[in-house]
Design a protein around this ligand. Structure first.
Ligand SMILES: [Zn+2]
Length: 270
């Protein structure tokens, strides 16, 4: 599933080609994409509007339109954008300069939702915490969230209201950087451990953005290139391979049903 670095990479590539352009024609090929709203209703709302800005909040892409509407896209498992015809096309936006923006989605869990700008902030505020690379995401804010949760640390980090945009890959990478065991109760962290974790989350996400995200199966950037982060995973998906820091074989556990990789020596259960 695309996480913050992948969605940010997509946003950065879409923005220069979309911003300022008018949506000339919309074709939504899968009614599931806009459920519970009718696809023709959504088509009508988007056609003729101009894209003012392409933004991101957590794992959401936000196309702000000049009329005061916003198109909120969540890619879920396998959603992606491109400028070439593709298999599994679920929607197409034709822009006034002839650009054909294709949305494809093999597993069809992605969603498109049109909201008024005034509805957008409350909608997102209920689902996503502060941006982890922004100034509101402080070590103190994170400490307060962790202190009240007894669930395993990894599971709490995947809560989008705690760390917006963090998913399975970057949570494991951040915990390895912070030398914290993913199975520890979140409330057991000492203040210095939370500070380490706060820095590690930011570092892991920044590394992902620099490499244009990670390409595992379905993710590709809109220009068709692959991300490079998968070459630099420290622990994610590397069961049995040596830890890059100490050489101990990486272990695999399950936390909240998700595969979780960590170094048993660098990330001990204190
Ligand atoms: Zn290690």
């Amino acid at each position: 599933m695309p996480e913050l670095p992948e969605v940010e990479t997509i946003r950065a590539q879409l923005a220069p080609r979309l911003e300022g352009r008018t949506i000339a024609r919309v074709e939504i090929l899968d009614p599931r994409l806009t459920r519970p709203f009718d696809l023709f209703e959504v088509t009508e709302e988007l056609e003729g509007d101009r894209i003012a800005a392409v933004e991101r909040r957590g794992k959401y892409l936000v196309l702000r339109l000049e009329s005061g509407l916003a198109l909120l896209v969540h890619l879920r498992m396998t959603g992606s954008f491109g400028f070439e015809a593709a298999s599994h096309e679920r929607a197409v936006l034709e822009l006034d300069d002839g650009t054909r923006l294709v949305y494809r989605d093999v597993r069809r869990f992605g969603t498109w939702l049109v909201l008024e700008n005034v509805e957008l902030d409350p909608y997102l505020a209920g689902r996503t915490g502060p941006e982890p690379l922004g100034s509101r995401f402080t070590s103190g804010w994170l400490a307060d969230r962790l202190a009240v949760r007894r669930a395993p640390l990894k599971a709490v980090l995947l809560d989008q209201r705690v760390v917006a945009g963090l998913g399975n890959i970057y949570a494991d990478e951040a915990l390895w950087r912070a030398r914290l065991n993913p199975l520890r109760p979140a409330s057991s962290l000492e203040p210095n451990e939370v500070r380490r974790l706060h820095l590690a989350i930011r570092a892991a996400l920044r590394a992902g953005i620099e490499r244009q995200g990670a390409t595992l199966r379905d993710y590709a950037t809109p220009d068709g290139s692959a991300g490079g982060m998968q070459e630099e995973f420290r622990v994610y998906g590397r069961e049995g391979e040596p830890c890059p820091r100490c050489g101990t074989p990486i272990a695999k556990a399950r936390v909240g049903g998700r595969g979780t990789w960590y170094c048993p020596r660098c990330q001990p259960w204190v």
